[in-house]
Each structure stands twice: as C-alpha cells, then as structure tokens.
Write a new protein. Sequence first.
Lengths: 197, 326
Amino acid sequence: MLSSMTSQRAHWLARHILPHEPFLRRWLQSRKIGALEIDDIVQESYALLAALNSVEHIVNPKSYFFQTAKSLVLRDLRRAKVVSIETAGDLDVFGLVEQITPEDEVSARQELRVVADALAGLPSRCRQAFELRKIDGLSHRQIAERLGLSERTVEKHLARALHLLMEALGRGGDTASRASMRSKKRSSHVSIQIKDR
Amino acid sequence: MSASRSKTGREIDKAAALWCVRVDGGRMSDADARDLDAWLEADVRHRGAFARAQAVMARAERARALGAGVSVAESPDAVRATRRRVLMVGGGLAACLAGVVAWRIEAALAPLVLKSSKGEVLRVPLADGSSVTLNTNTELHVRYSRHSRDLELLAGEALFNLRDDRARPFVVRAGAMSLRGGASVFSVRNDRDAPVCMVVRDGTVELTCGQRKPMLIPANYMVKAAATTISADAPLESSRMESQEIARRLAWEDGMLSFKGETLAKAVDEFARYSDTRLVIDDPELAQETVSGRFSSSDPARFAQAVAVSFNARVIDADGALHISR
C-alpha cells in the first residue's frame, strides 16, 4: 500500500529534511526556476525520499535532499530540450551542493521555536483543534465534543491547520502572509502620532 | 510529472493535508483507504505532498515540549473556564460582586474598593454595564455618582470595557495620567517603580497627563510615560501595535502569559507577578535565551518543564524555588 510510509520515516523527514526545505526553495529560486516548477520539484523530492527502502546510508540529509532536487531539475531540463542559456550557465553552480556541510543542520531548539511560532499564528479554532489532537492526543470525536462541532468540521479545521503549517514550515516566511498567517511585523515605534486637541 | 498538470502545488498540499488528517484520525474505512491509494497512485507529486504533510505533522508533535499548546491543554475551553473561575473566586469576591451588581449608583460616598490578590484575575461587572478586569495584585477604587464615573488605579493592571454614557464621563486615573473614554476598551498598568502604561484595544481614549493638553489615543496604540514621575513636559512614548500584539499583551485576561521572543529572564519576571512559586535561572547564558508560546500564568512549574525540555536544561526544586539550570 502506498500510504504506508512508516512513522519513523515521517519523523526522519520532519527532523532532517523539512527544516531545509525553505533553503532548497530559495536556492531553486535563485537558479531562476519558476514557482510552480519548484513546488513540483519539492513534492517529487519528498516522494523519492519517502519511497527509499532505507535512509540509514544518508550521512548528510540536506545534501541528499538538494542532490535529489538537482537531479529532478536536470531531468526536466533534458526533457525540455531547449535549455535557456541563462539556466544552462547556472548549472555549474549545482556543483556547490557537495560543499554543504553538516553544520547546516538546524538545531532542535530553533526547530521547536519555528513550530511554536507557526502554531501561534494559526486561526484560533484551527489551533485549538490541532493542539487538542497533537498535544492532548484526543480523538476527532472527543475534539468535536469539546468544541461543540461536528466531526467533519473538526476534520476540516485540522486539515486547514496542517495545510497552513505546511506553508509556514516548508515554504518559510515568504508565502506565510498569503496563507493568512500572522504577520511577522509586530509593533513599530513611531513618534507621537496623536492629535493634540 | 504526469496527470493533473493543471493542479497547483498548493491545491495538492491541501488535499494531502486532508488525507493526512484522516489517516491520523484513524477512522479510515476500506473505501477511504482505496481512494487514498488511487489518489497517491495518480501523481508522484501527490505522494510527495502526502509524505510532506506527514512530516509536518510529525514535526508539530516534536514541538509539544515548547508548551505552544498549554492553553488548550490545560482546559478544553480555556476562555470560558477562566471566566468561570474568575467569577467564582472565593466567598469574599462573590459578596463583593453581589455588592457591585446590586450597588446603587447614587450617593456613593465611600469608593468601592476592588482588590485582586497575587495570581488572581477578577472580572467585575459594573452597575452601568461597563466592566473591569483586574489583573494580579491590583487595587482599583470605583466611585460612581449621578454625574460621574471615577475610577482610580492605585496599583497593578486593569482592563476597562466601557459602556458609553454621555451624561457621565468615565475617567480612570493612574499616577499622573487621567484617561477618559466613551465606548472603548483599554488597559492601564500602574506598577510601583515603573512608568504608567496604557493600551487602547477598541475605540478612542482621551489622555490627560500633567499640564499637557488632552490627547486622543486611537485603538492599537500604546502610550507609556517615559519616566516614573511625570512632569508637564516629561515625554510620552507612544507606539502603534498590531492587534495580535495587543491580544498577546492582554492574554492575562484569560489567565495566560503569551511570549514572543522574550528572554527567559523577562519571562521569569512575568511569572513572578502571578505566582509565589519562584523560578530561578542559574545560568546567565540560559537566561538570555528567548521563548515563544502561551502558558498558564498560574502554572510556573509547567513553564519551567517546557523550558527545560526545549533548552536541554534541568529543573531542580530547592530552597523553595524551581531552579532551571544546564
């Protein structure tokens, strides 16, 4: 069954791949690859990583992730046959991937903070449902009872929460506002802007 | 990259999120499972998005230590529960509340004294339909007459939710500041040894300070006296805030503390306002680490635990305090 990716693999992806996704996207962007293609490449890279028999041989997951994406870009370029000079010139830069070192690993602490921020930015109903599921471990039915919603609505809230988290965690900050996440800018100091009477 | 070329990555992500939630909920019928397999089979991008959704889910699970969900974890319906708790604190308050509600507006010679103790959040409805919420350790004097509604914040912090009444201006005094509001919601904080600070959440509030001309403060503004004592010319600091930031600052209303990148040292000071359980951070470097998340203000132990987990530290109960150290 295709849907039976192990939960160890999901955790491995969560720990070793997901934190690098925003970098990969930015890097692909800087290679002048369009946004839609980037989505495709990222998704397909995950598919390949999820389908691996084992990940034990992967010493540097970030590098592996970038390599995977690179091979997909090259495949697409070959398929497209007409390779624009600009893109072709950039292909050399792909060589840089090998130089990525394990120090690029995101610390667990940073990672937790990013998630906490993303959670805090969810619409309140979505967040409530999501926290009840993931922190309290309640079933969908129990959440429905607690919040006075139908199970179907709970499912919708959960799916929306997860989708927004995918946007926030995977794509990094740049598209977060589009996903109606909380804006990064909090308060800006201004000199007295108050009308004297 | 084959079928459904027209679908964007985001649409696929959305569908993947829904599948992932369904699988996680554990209530997939055989037919659902077949549908999912068919969907995954249709496009490699579907498989990738689904794996990615599961990874995000797994990552959120890892983050529970940070206490991002303490609010809900503590009580299924945090807001309502807090209100309930607020309205049922002890017999003294019940009597006091009854007193306020039944209170005759006319001819109140002595002010009504409202006090909250440490860690307490008191919501008190006033006779005119306005209400006031007292944060921890707060003392507020209320004097209503036929022509005026005068309140004085002697210490602590309070949130005022005003019902407009043209005939009777509502005036809150705190230190040298005097605030006059129509229909509005604003908070005032008057701590000893700290400048008075006010935040307008809704409506507009007229601020008079020392000999200055009155100023109109619109919603989403914070005004702070620059010094503890205010002379007529002492500068006021004002800043505009996003409404989320205001909500965060007023999280105490629901018995919560909400941090967004504050240092641990600052967070610990905040907890000290609410609880006698002392938190001590022994490592100065650790004290400079920053925290984000919502925490119950009455449960510093839980906060300490969350901090310990996320910063690889330990919590030691010694000398009547919780020490957090690495």
